[in-house]
Write a protein of this length. Sequence first.
Length: 131
Amino acid sequence: DRQHVRSTPGELLSEIVHALGKNQAHTLLGCSQGACAVFNAALDMPELCANLAVYHPVGHDVSRYKAIHQRTLLCFDIDDDGHPVKVGRRMRDALQSPFYFEHRGDDEQWNAPPAGPATAYTRQQPNTQTR
């Protein structure tokens, strides 16, 4: 059931990480509803990953994100009304370690590799903070 996986993804993602012979994922990535799953996994199983990266994220009850300690890259297209930047700014304000970026969908600099914010984010040292 897709709703179940989105709402409670921690168990499934944990099984995948362990099946790969790892104890922790470096980064969980998600787009739109997949981003919601990434946030839910970080809330349910905080030691599952060191970092989060989301594009066009959808989130439910953003105030809960105060509990997310992982470094989190958030990318929002300011022209995408389906994923409003005002929600992204609330996510940024709630998260402990956000790396927030807004762009225009037709921005050549954003679409040309290497993508500015993603490159800068991946060059930083991984978050080693644990709680």
